[in-house]
Design a protein around this ligand. Structure first.
Ligand SMILES: NC(=O)c1ccc[n+]([C@@H]2O[C@H](COP(=O)([O-])OP(=O)(O)OC[C@H]3O[C@@H](n4cnc5c(N)ncnc54)[C@H](O)[C@@H]3O)[C@@H](O)[C@H]2O)c1
Length: 315
């Protein structure tokens, strides 16, 4: 497998392209919007610089990684005509993805694998191709050139060979993968995050705690422990007898979900969308969005490098 095509150059697409190019793959990025392609190129310049500053990549590789290996085009047929693996990262809409997969089926070599980066859609129910054995979900996390995990989801007709091939390619570029043998809404990560978010909204909406306190609690307790023990092994350390007693403890009842969050609705109504608009639960207006993201990325890379070292000593 040599040539990768990424469809959609937005939040996810440009970073997925970089994740492949830094590991030696030729990547073509396609978007219907020439402005998005230009923006993706600029963002990857910044992303590369962040990787250099974090010591992850040699600055001398810039020309090769950013200009020789990645090509940006708004011509879909040109982007995918010699692709071995296509990753679709366009809008999260069934009709749009269905149309895209029909085009990809016509425009790609018959042996190419067609993957979707969908977060919640059961694409296996609606995409129609002549190669259902080669259709798969690869669910990446932002920023994809840094975050190690990719969730792989098998459809009812996806072949074991396709799963093995995709898993191998992703492992080869340094990703950690898990395979879900059948579609489950939210896969694993978004299910866990959604369960926690329900409690976050409950605490905020009912005035139990401020956003800063909830974040401090997460960072200073289970957030610190989770990279070492995960969520399941943590129970072995607590003692399973204690865990069992806590599970039966009637003082905790999962709040019923009202269908929306008052705190979130109030911010969105004021145009406070988070980092991208300068304000959300927090205020980011003292620096540009690029600087805010770079600051996060440098910290993530340092933490990841420490955790990678720790994994090596565990082996
Ligand atoms: N944003 C995240 O954190 C995240 C994480 C995991 C998965 N996803 C999933 O990845 C996919 C993309 O999400 P995103 O956040 O990058 O979206 P985005 O809106 O940032 O980018 C989507 C891009 O696709 C382009 N596009 C739309 N229709 C197209 C078409 N027909 N042909 C070519 N390009 C087209 C748009 O111009 C845009 O640049 C979605 O399915 C989303 O659910 C997103």
């Amino acid at each position: 497998m040599k040539n990768i095509a990424i469809i959609g150059a937005g939040t996810m697409g440009h970073g997925i392209a970089l994740a492949f190019s830094i590991r030696g793959y030729n990547v073509t990025v396609n978007d219907i919007s020439p402005e998005m392609l230009k923006r993706a190129k600029e963002l990857n310049e910044g992303n590369f610089q962040t990787l250099v500053e974090a010591g992850v990549i040699n600055p001398e590789e810039r020309l090769e990684v950013l200009h020789k290996r990645i090509r940006y085009t708004d011509d879909l047929a040109d982007a995918v005509c010699d692709a071995d693996l296509v990753i679709e990262a366009i809008a999260e809409r069934a009709d749009v993805k269905k149309e895209m997969f029909a085009k990809l089926d016509k425009m790609t070599p018959p042996e190419a694998i067609l993957a979707s980066n969908t977060s919640f859609l059961d694409i296996f129910q609606f995409v129609q191709t002549g190669r259902p054995d080669k259709v798969i979900i690869t669910h990446w996390f932002a920023p994809p050139h840094i975050m190690p995990l990719v969730e792989i989801v098998k459809g009812p007709e996806t072949s074991p060979e396709t799963v093995t091939m995709v898993k191998g390619v992703l492992s080869g570029i340094g990703k950690d993968t898990i395979v879900l043998n059948k579609f489950l809404p939210g896969f694993i990560v978004n299910r866990l995050q959604s369960a926690i978010s329900m409690e976050v909204y409950y605490l905020l909406d009912n005035g139990y705690a401020a956003a800063e306190d909830i974040d401090m609690v997460a960072k200073a307790s289970f957030g610190l422990r989770t990279p070492i023990l995960g969520l399941v092994q943590r129970m072995d350390y607590n003692g399973l007898d204690l865990v069992q007693r806590n599970l039966l403890n009637k003082s905790y009842e999962r709040p019923s979900w009202p269908g929306h969050s008052r705190s979130l609705d109030a911010l969105v109504a004021e145009g406070k969308y988070g980092v991208k608009s300068g304000q959300g639960f927090y205020d980011y207006r003292d620096r540009s969005m690029e600087e805010t993201l770079r600051n996060r990325d440098i910290k993530l890379l340092r933490l990841k490098s420490f955790l990678d070292e720790m994994k090596k000593t565990d082996q």
